[in-house]
Design a protein around this ligand. Structure first.
Ligand code: CA
Length: 423
């Protein structure tokens, strides 16, 4: 195939087949190595372009901004510069990495300095998260949970089709992929027990989600319309909202999740921009009954992003347990942000807004073990002969996500976390 027809040849940096990070993606992240302090980088193939290094060499001089934001250990100050600047930096990175461009490609010293192998780098939390909200926007997930926890005949609560249900989560315990999580302890009580008991959760679960990160703040009292919302969304990460189902079942009435959720959430380290995902817009599900005027929107606001969840046991046995897609979401990100701010709630740069568990229509596309095993009734058989109702100690849950079309794959890398025994 010629260079023009093969998107994998558009960069002079080798991009292996199946890579999440072709030149069309260029997500932002924070990395460090044993020699380099934390800084802003862009993923390309199996490498990282060190933006601090190319800025120091003058290769970002055509874009006017305070280059010190590239030497910080979080992206917040960079993304607060606004899309005008962050898009220009991404486009300039694309230009420098383009096969036809010699500025970096032909400069041996700078090229060796500015390109770092991902295998030599450690990825850090990409942003400091001031606020975290978790929605509940998959109709299939809300229906499945309603059937199991409440009334199968009336699984969706009366408000669900009229507003994107959500709750305020805990920002302090959001960690980057690779960070282990200790099994939470807490109170549980089943209907058969007279009194609650205390101990490690016996039904620890994952929730397959995607979160968007806001790049622009509002003042208290301001609202964001569905039409304005995308201007506030910097990019997306994969999100595992770890959940202790036994704690949740006892504690959640009447105010919703608390200790069943706040012990840890895991995100993927690379923030994929909304601009990179532009070719993957699709129509969302029809919304019936009609939504209130402030939740109406126009255009394609859902994204076709394939999602996979794999459980890896301590012995290394792996099983793909879910194959879902972000396109199934009933409420889209613009509606979520419009609803969140319609009362004047202010938002901050770096806020994280998670979708809620992304379940598809079939059991192999369910986004949690609660649904996959239907409350533990249908255990998953693992290749090493063991079975799983929920997540065991020393299991690792790996989430992957990618949008793919016309030979171009825009991926998120990996969102992985291992469960350690209770402390
Ligand atoms: Ca959740």
């Amino acid at each position: 195939m010629s260079k023009a027809n093969d998107p994998s040849l558009w960069s002079w940096v080798t991009v292996p087949a199946g890579s999440d990070f072709p030149i069309q993606n260029l997500p932002f992240g924070i990395f460090q190595t044993k020699d380099l302090s934390p800084r802003v980088g862009v993923a390309i193939g199996e490498q990282i372009l060190d933006l601090q290094a190319i800025a120091e060499a003058g290769l970002l001089n055509s874009i006017s901004f305070d280059k010190s934001v590239l030497s910080k250990n979080i992206l917040n100050s960079f993304i607060a510069l606004g899309k005008h600047t962050t898009n220009a930096v991404r486009e300039r990175s694309s230009e420098l990495l383009n096969a036809d461009n010699q500025e970096l490609q032909a400069n041996d010293v700078l090229r060796n300095k500015a390109l770092i192998k991902q295998s030599d780098a450690r990825m850090l939390m990409p942003v400091s998260v001031p606020n975290y909200t978790d929605f509940y926007s998959s109709r299939e997930h809300a229906t499945n949970v309603g059937m199991m926890f409440r009334d199968p005949a009336n699984a969706l609560l009366p408000n669900w089709l009229h507003l994107p249900v959500g709750y305020h989560g805990r920002a302090s315990s959001i960690v980057v992929s690779g960070t282990p999580i200790h099994r939470p302890k807490g109170q549980t009580k089943t209907d058969a027990e007279a009194m609650p008991s205390f101990g490690p959760s016996k039904s620890l679960d994952f929730e397959l989600e995607i979160a968007f990160i806001t790049g622009k703040a509002t003042s208290l009292g301001d609202s964001i319309t569905t039409a304005q919302a995308e201007d506030f969304i910097f990019g997306l990460v994969l999100f595992n909202d770890w959940s202790a189902r036994d704690l949740q079942r006892w504690e959640y009435v009447p105010l919703g999740p608390f200790l069943a959720k706040n012990f840890g959430s895991t995100i993927s380290p690379w923030v994929v921009t909304l601009e990179a995902l532009e070719p993957f817009r699709v129509e969302g599900p029809a919304q019936e009954p009609e939504v209130l005027p402030y939740l109406k929107y126009s255009g394609k606001k859902n994204l076709d992003i394939a999602l996979e969840v794999t459980i890896r046991t301590e012995s290394g046995a792996e099983k793909l347990v879910s194959h879902s897609n972000f396109k199934y979401m009933y409420w889209n990100m613009c509606q979520q942000l419009a609803h969140h701010t319609v009362n004047g709630c202010n938002i901050s740069v770096g806020d994280m807004y998670a979708s809620g568990t992304i379940s598809g229509p079939t059991p192999d596309s369910y986004g949690s073990m609660l649904e996959i095993t239907w409350g533990g009734k249908n255990p998953v058989q693992m290749p090493d002969g063991t079975e799983r109702k929920f997540i065991n100690d020393n299991d690792t849950v790996l989430i992957k996500g990618y949008a793919e079309k016309d030979g171009v794959r825009i991926g998120f890398g990996e969102c992985s976390g291992m469960i350690l025994p209770s402390k």
